[in-house]
Structure formats: C-alpha cells, structure tokens
Design a protein around this ligand. Sequence first.
Ligand SMILES: *[C@@H]1O[C@H](CO)[C@@H](O)[C@H](O)[C@H]1NC(C)=O
Ligand SMILES: *[C@@H]1O[C@H](CO)[C@@H](O)[C@H](O)[C@H]1NC(C)=O
Ligand SMILES: *[C@@H]1O[C@H](CO)[C@@H](O)[C@H](O)[C@H]1NC(C)=O
Ligand SMILES: *[C@@H]1O[C@H](CO)[C@@H](O)[C@H](O)[C@H]1NC(C)=O
Ligand SMILES: *[C@@H]1O[C@H](CO)[C@@H](O)[C@H](O)[C@H]1NC(C)=O
Ligand SMILES: *[C@@H]1O[C@H](CO)[C@@H](O)[C@H](O)[C@H]1NC(C)=O
Length: 487
Amino acid sequence: MFTTTVFALIAALPVALSQTQNDETILGVYMLHRHGDRTAKITAPANLTDLGYRQVYTSGEYYRNRYIVEDSAYRISGISPDVVFQSQLQVSAPIDAVLQNSATGFLQALYPPVGTSANTETLRNGTEVTAPMEGYQLVPIGVAESGSGSEDSTWLQGTSDCARAEISSNEYFSSDEFNEMMSQTEDFYSRLLPVISGEFDETTANFEDAYTIFDFVNFATIHNATISSADLLDKETLFQLRTLADNHEWNLAYNASNPIRAVAGMTLAAQIVQFLETTIEDAGTETGQKLGIQFGAYATFAAFFGLANLHSVNVDFVGVTDYASSMVFEMFTKTSDAVTAENYPSEDDIYVRFLYHNGTATEDSPPTPYPLFGSGQEALSWTDFSNSMNEFALGDTGSWCVACGNITGECAAYNSDQSGSDSDTASDNVESCSNGMSAIFNGVIGALVTLAVILGLEASVMLIFGLRVVSKKTLAQASPGGVEKGF
Ligand SMILES: *[C@@H]1O[C@H](CO)[C@@H](O)[C@H](O)[C@H]1NC(C)=O
Ligand SMILES: *[C@@H]1O[C@H](CO)[C@@H](O)[C@H](O)[C@H]1NC(C)=O
Ligand SMILES: *[C@@H]1O[C@H](CO)[C@@H](O)[C@H](O)[C@H]1NC(C)=O
Ligand SMILES: *[C@@H]1O[C@H](CO)[C@@H](O)[C@H](O)[C@H]1NC(C)=O
Ligand SMILES: *[C@@H]1O[C@H](CO)[C@@H](O)[C@H](O)[C@H]1NC(C)=O
Ligand SMILES: *[C@@H]1O[C@H](CO)[C@@H](O)[C@H](O)[C@H]1NC(C)=O
C-alpha cells in the first residue's frame, strides 16, 4: 500500500518543477543527511519509523528533482537522469540500522524504479529478464568510518573513536557551565518524573541526560497516544526540554577553545573536499563521480556548524538539527552552457555554495544558502573554500591519530615517540600533541580525569581507614583508556 501512494506522488511531481533557468551549471554536490524519525535512544536498539522512512523518502524526491531530473535548472551536469550510473554516485552511512535504512529510503526516491523497459536484459538464449519490483535500482551504501551504532549510543562522543575528543567532551561535565545548568534545572527535571519514570528515576532525571530525556519525550509526543501525566507537557515545558538538550549537545559537540571536540566535523570536512577534488579531477567524464551523500548523526552537523562559524550567522545553528535535515555543498561554474569533458572549467572558475535545510526539504520548503566561515558570501571560490575547509579538515589516518592522541591499533605507526615521559607533564602534552613529544600520555589523560574522581573517593576512604596512597602515575599505567563511554 505504501508503494502505491508513493508512485502516485512521483507521477505528480515533475509538473511542479519548471524552475527558471539560471546562469550556473552544477558540477558536483556533496550532502550530509540526518536520518528520519526513529524510536528513542533510551529504548535501544533504535529503529527508523514509518514516519521517518517517509521523511527521508520525501527528501530523496526533493533532491532528485533538484539535481537529477533532466529539466531541472540545478541538475548536476552529466548525471544519469533515470538509470543509476554507479560510479557517479557515492553513498555512505555508518554501521547503524537507523542510518543505513535512512540511506536506502532516500535512494529509493533519488533513483526510483525505472519500470520494465529500462531495466530489462536479454540473455544469450533469448530470454528477457527484468529487475524485480518494477525495475527497482540497487545502489551500494559504503561504510562511513566513524559513527557506528550512533543511534543506539546515548553519549555523543562515544562513537567518534577519537581519544582526545572523548576527553574534551568529558571535560564539559566538570565545567562551571555544566554544573550551573545541573543545579538550575534540578526542579524542572524532577517535576517531569511522572512522564518519564518508565525510563528515568530520581538519579537520572537531570540535566546530565538532557538529550536522552528530550529524545524520549519527543518520540512519545509524536507516537504515544497514552502518555502518563501528559498534561505536564505543555508548550513551554517542551520548549525547555528541547533548548536544554540543544545546550547540552552543542557543548558536547563544539567548544571554540577546544577544537578537537568537533572531530566529527573535521573528518567530514576532509571527506567533502576530497570528494569534490576528485570530481574536479574527473573533469566531467561520464564515469566521473558527481554526487556524494553521507548519512550521519546530528552531532556531525553541530560539529561542522561550529567549525564553519555558522552559529555566528544564525543562532539557530546551536540547536539540534531536526530529523531528515540535510546540508549540501554545491560546486558550480558560472555558465549556463552544458559542461562536458571538452570544456570543463579550470579551478579558477569553480565555486562552492553551502545550503542547509532543517528537517525534510520539499519544493515548498527548499534548503537555504548560508555563508560559511564568517565570509558573508553565499558562494566562495573553490580555492577559498578548500583552503578554509583544510584549516580544520582531518583527512588521513596519520593526522587523525596525531590530533586525537591515539597511539594503538592502526595509529601505532604514527606514534613517533614510544618512550613517553613523566606523567607530571601529561596535561601539557595534550595541548601540544602535534609536536609528537609524548603522545602516549594523551591517551592516558582520560584515565586521569576518571581517576580524579576515584582519587577523591579514595581520599575519603583513606581518611577513615588510614590506607596508603598509590601514586597517580601507577594508577594511570594500570588502567589506560579508562574514560571511554562514561555516560
Ligand atoms: C527495534 O527493532 C528490534 C527488532 O528489529 C526490536 O527488538 C526493538 O525492540 C525495536 N525497538 C523499539 C524501540 O521498538
Ligand atoms: C535461458 O537461460 C536462463 C538462465 O540460464 C534459464 O533460467 C532459462 O530457463 C533459459 N531459457 C530457455 C528457454 O532455455
Ligand atoms: C582511540 O582511543 C580511544 C580511547 O582510548 C579508543 O576508545 C578508540 O578505540 C581508539 N581509536 C582507534 C581508531 O584506535
Ligand atoms: C571549553 O573549553 C575551555 C578550554 O578547555 C574550558 O575552559 C571550558 O570550560 C569549555 N566549555 C565547555 C562548555 O565545555
Ligand atoms: C506510552 O506511554 C506510556 C506511559 O508513559 C507507557 O506506559 C507506554 O508503554 C507508552 N507506549 C508506547 C507505545 O511507547
Ligand atoms: C532546527 O529546528 C529546531 C526546532 O525544530 C531548532 O531547535 C534548531 O535550532 C533548528 N536548527 C537550525 C540550524 O535552524
């Protein structure tokens, strides 16, 4: 039944599409897309809902009509309009059911089934074979490097895999900002207990779980017709819940004086630049890559927004981006002529524009351009764009390992100094990690943060029982990497 409605929709769409011709030609596009509506994180494993499936499918329709159909003014030059040309398209999502399924739902609309005529082949013996489901088209979804299980993880940095980013986010929980919010919102969260007591209790209903609580209530307000004490959820309360979660998540994802916290945005930036660079190198050939699509978590949006200084353009960027949101990087040249391999523009004539849509993009509510890096300009030259991105992009394993202070596994090869030094200097070395002085201790800092708490506890135990003090250094060596998923 779902498919029937969907096909009716597609049939109706091209009519609404007669965009005005412009004097630009799009050469390539990279997109980051959030998943659609899902079940709450606290009731893991999270699943994409039918509503969420609809949202990503609708967004896929929008982008098909913008970038792929033949008569669109924003069509990506040379992209195959109906039958998927695999090498033109690069789609990825982390190993995560919600994000993988969102990517599939989106692709179903981006390249819908082509019917039996376009997707039929004749075998040697003369038999004709048609693709199943009216010419359904298959598109492989690559595995994005980080973010596995992100929709089941209630702690934002838990899937980044980056040691120093985890430590940095953890520092937020001991900051004055955080402690102030904790005490200011104590009453607010305990008043909500009747609504959330199924999943939270007196000890967990507080600002520390701001996002998980918001997420749980948000799911309920969309799907649950029998919320207990629903009268507590007035408009003001819901708004509070959301903005408290916004504040919490923004601070975990980005801190201007602690950039590594936004590592998700740094690796994304590199992926974007690398994709578009390859698109330029492929120079408009039929097999060249043209459209890159990555599905990812809201944290990656937030980290990138912070790094690209978008929150100074519009303060809304500090809020958690809605389900099925998308941000796109349109690479174009200023000509309305068809661009082919023969007349492909030089880098000097190539520009990039950033657009963003909060929630599902549609014809009636299309993405809006915003200036990146505080430039005040909607379009940047390719050189300015790639230079600014490369100021924070982390594009290869070596620089990632160094920036993250990771030294084991695949990072062992990039650890220039295996000998380490005295733990007294550990806190200095976290800040000057890139000099490679004693990267070994950067991985241990996390343990020290946790240990600070443990030591505090021990101190009181020792006061009472008169136990002997174990040195910090011994403890740190005994349990490296202790911080991990603390929340
Ligand atoms: C998600 O689906 C799985 C089965 O695929 C199920 O076990 C789980 O309970 C579902 N989660 C929710 C919150 O419904
Ligand atoms: C033709 O080849 C296909 C695939 O090998 C086979 O399934 C089909 O039965 C063959 N048809 C005839 C008429 O031999
Ligand atoms: C980096 O270090 C963190 C913390 O020790 C660890 O959880 C993570 O798995 C490491 N990642 C890689 C790729 O080595
Ligand atoms: C941001 O980082 C600075 C420097 O590390 C720290 O002093 C401050 O508390 C952090 N703020 C938040 C909200 O994490
Ligand atoms: C709806 O909320 C009630 C009470 O808060 C809870 O007991 C019930 O399990 C929820 N139902 C669903 C489908 O989530
Ligand atoms: C997206 O919308 C939500 C409300 O639905 C808001 O909290 C958030 O700030 C918005 N983000 C942006 C970048 O507009």
